[in-house]
Design a protein around this ligand. Structure first.
Ligand SMILES: [Zn+2]
Length: 137
């Protein structure tokens, strides 16, 4: 896995922040999806490696609960955890027990579950009663 993530870092496009990140998502059926971060001259239109890989899986027909684990690597010696926008997307499409592995460039690996990284998620459950919201008094 480390070698695949390290090689994938070369596809990252980061002319501005110069912080390459790669991600590989492994589905429960063994299929994998790759992602890298892609920056543009308008920062909000870029995408992180984790969401790039996740949305590729969704585009291929996978859905909530199909993800086995997520691997992330940056080109640094520091742990690289998903940003909070990615954590929200991961929380929407993964089980609470899904593991996320942070790989440093020099082979240190640490993992946490989605629940550990997103202890108080906002998600589908919060939107079920959208049409009957009542303001708390
Ligand atoms: Zn992100």
């Amino acid at each position: 896995m480390e070698e695949k993530l390290r090689k994938l870092l070369n596809n990252s496009y980061t002319p501005y922040y110069k912080y390459p990140v790669s991600s590989i998502i492994i589905m429960k059926d063994g299929t994998t999806f790759n992602g890298v971060n892609v920056e543009t001259s308008s920062p909000a239109s870029g995408i992180c490696a984790e969401r790039n890989a996740l949305y590729s899986a969704i585009a291929a027909g996978y859905t909530k609960g199909d993800i086995k684990e997520i691997h992330v690597m940056s080109k640094t010696e520091d742990d690289c955890w998903p940003c909070f926008i990615c954590r929200h997307a991961i929380s929407d499409f993964c089980d609470k027990e899904t593991k996320i592995y942070s790989h440093t460039y020099n082979n240190r690996i640490v993992s946490h579950t989605v629940e550990e990284l997103c202890p108080y998620p906002f998600g589908n459950d919060n939107l079920k009663e959208t049409n009957s919201w009542k303001v708390a008094s």
